[in-house]
Design a protein around this ligand. Structure first.
Ligand code: NDP
Ligand code: HEM
Length: 522
């Protein structure tokens, strides 16, 4: 056990302490007794120290993150162990074996509020800020390689289903199953969420994924599509659901404490960063839409290459200033790494800094944890609440100028991307299959015990929901794998033949499993 468990520092020693002061620096003579008219009289307006203390106190809380409100974080380093990636990206952080980059990482749950329990069934955020020499690169991922939806306009609706219902303010599984059963693209993500990996034993024992496809480009202007995976070196470990419920009551900060304690004890957790790389031109022909966030690229198609090691080795010294005020964004990129046309990623790009401006203020990037600490910030943005970094000094504050101000750097321009088509609102059109990959996960990747757990977890959660919604969802399970549909139906005492379309029942199971597009079978 660490001695200084809560990071309060050394106990008092003999000797003089510094004087307590007001915010303006005036020493405070008495911090225990407010100033009153006589020993039992009313308080005096002139006790400014008391008013200031209360005014600060009343403003201690800032808005919590609208999602991923509960979390914890730590500092560390990323070290390149294989520079093959430098063929594909000119990003300086990947340039040579042994190259080290400072990082700050925040882990989180998605749905719960700031004080909620860590050990719930929920995806986990895995957000990494690389303080590179070319600015900060944020890889704002989750512990799952896919997501519930493939169009960002569905995100607020989806998140509403994860939070308390508006009337009673209580948690209720109905909205989520209603939404999921009406949005079958969620099937892959929920198959992961309700598997054993849906409740990690700790943040140290889970993987992290960019989930999205990003793009890399090299100095010759060649573009590659990429998916990043952080594979835990501690091994995957999960919590039994009943054990997780008990821990949630006993210690809501269980995962935060686990990370803190491991680092204090010198047991630094590490992850191996891997990348799947796809040459630009292969995207059009690949049988999976590589920009669909509900699907992975099978490893057999694009084998992951090793990139480096992420190690966490330093706890924050002030939780509020370093973890609560940390601000990540998929828009924070560096030369050599760029977005892809993934609609979800495109939708996230403007959303995060907008959220930070609301939550932390327009100058949130001056907060030390968010500053590009290994690169300079040079631009003409000025003023705003809490601007404290010199604010461009005496100028210039416009561009172009003749007074030595920063200028553009055309050499970092990403290669052009060919786009075609009419501007419109398109329904997903091609290479859509909501069932094959969840089916593969259930049938090929999970062992028998994991399959049983998955079906138990699904049934347990959907049990209180209206039967009409249950049946709609059972059809999706059945389409992914008939055994999955049957297994959950049995646990709900529902006759699967009543739940799903009769035409599907009549088809041979293997035919369903092997079909490229299950919808075509109907
Ligand atoms: P592989 O056999 O090469 O890989 C299977 C992957 O599944 C491994 O990365 C494994 O992670 C991961 N996995 C095992 N159990 C679970 C679980 N309960 N939840 C999430 N991931 C799990 O197969 P393919 O690449 O052909 O993919 C088959 C299926 O595996 C996919 O349809 C997808 O559902 C799932 N998967 C694929 C990933 C990919 O990038 N290709 C990534 C993660 C999942 P580990 O190595 O840590 O054990
Ligand atoms: C946090 C929006 C999808 C990972 C947030 C926040 C917003 C947001 C507004 C809060 C930011 C803050 O106040 O600090 C969205 C939108 C999405 C989306 C609009 C889809 C259109 C995703 C996906 C992932 C993800 C697909 C993972 C692959 C995270 C993480 C955080 C977060 C890890 C917490 C970052 C931290 O630790 O501070 N998201 N999100 N989000 N999101 Fe998303």
């Amino acid at each position: 056990m660490v001695k200084d468990k809560h990071g309060m520092g050394e106990p008092d020693k003999d000797g003089e302490k510094v004087s307590l002061t007001t915010n303006s620096g005036e020493p405070v003579p008495d911090n225990q007794n407010s100033k009153s008219a006589g020993p039992n009289g009313p308080l005096l307006m002139e006790d400014y120290h008391y008013f200031e203390k209360m005014a600060q106190f009343n403003r201690e809380e800032i808005p919590e993150r609208i999602v991923h409100a509960k979390g914890g974080g730590a500092y560390g380093t990323f070290t390149v162990t294989n520079d093959e990636i430098a063929e594909y990206s000119c990003a300086d952080l990947f340039s040579e074996v042994g190259k080290e980059t400072d990082v700050f990482v925040r882990f989180s749950t998605v749905a719960g509020s700031r004080g909620s329990a860590d050990t719930v069934r929920d995806p986990r955020g895995f957000a990494v800020k690389f303080y590179t020499n070319e600015g900060n690169w944020d890889l704002v991922g989750n512990n799952t390689p896919v997501f519930f939806i493939r169009d960002p306009s569905k995100f607020p609706d989806f998140i509403h289903t994860q939070k308390e219902v508006p009337g009673s303010g209580l948690k209720d599984p109905t909205p989520q199953w209603d939404f999921w059963s009406l949005s079958p693209e969620s099937l892959h993500q929920i198959t992961i969420l309700f598997s054993d990996r849906g409740i990690p034993a700790s943040w140290r024992h889970m993987n992290g994924y960019s989930s999205h496809t990003l793009s890399l480009y090299n100095e010759s202007g060649e573009r590659y599509w990429v998916k990043f995976h952080f594979k835990t070196d501690q091994g995957i470990k999960n919590l039994d659901p009943e054990e997780a419920k008990r821990i949630a009551g006993e210690n809501p900060n269980y995962h935060r404490e686990d990370l803190w304690t491991a680092i204090e004890n010198g047991e630094y957790p590490t992850w191996t960063l891997e990348a799947q790389i796809m040459p630009e031109e292969e995207a059009e022909e690949y049988h999976i839409n590589p920009f669909d966030l509900t699907r992975v690229w099978p490893h057999g198609d694009y084998p992951p290459i090793e990139v480096g090691t992420l190690e966490l080795n330093k706890n924050p010294s002030n939780f509020f200033q370093e973890v609560e005020e940390s601000a990540f964004s998929p828009a924070h990129l560096v030369p050599g790494i760029a977005p892809s046309p993934d609609k979800m990623l495109q939708g996230r790009i403007p959303s995060y800094d907008d959220a930070h401006r609301y939550r932390l203020g327009v100058n949130f990037e001056n907060i030390p944890v968010n500053k590009p600490k290994n690169a300079e910030k040079n631009n003409y943005h000025q003023n705003g609440f809490m601007r404290t970094d010199g604010n461009l000094g005496s100028g210039p504050n416009y561009e172009p100028n003749s007074f030595g101000g920063p200028i553009e750097k055309p050499s970092v321009k990403a290669p052009p991307l060919k786009i075609s088509g009419n501007a419109d609102r398109y329904k997903p059109q091609e290479r859509i299959d909501n069932y094959k990959q969840p089916g593969d996960l259930f049938h090929k990747v999970m062992n028998e015990e994991q399959r049983q757990h998955l079906m138990d977890n699904f049934a347990e959660n959907i049990k209180p929901v209206d039967e009409k919604i249950q049946k709609r969802q059972l059809t999706h399970f059945y389409k992914a794998d008939p055994d999955l549909g049957r297994g959950v139906a049995e646990r709900l005492n529902i006759d699967i033949t009543e739940a799903v379309d009769q035409k599907l029942i009549e088809l041979d199971d293997t035919k369903i499993r092997n079909a490229k597009k299950v919808e075509d079978l109907l």
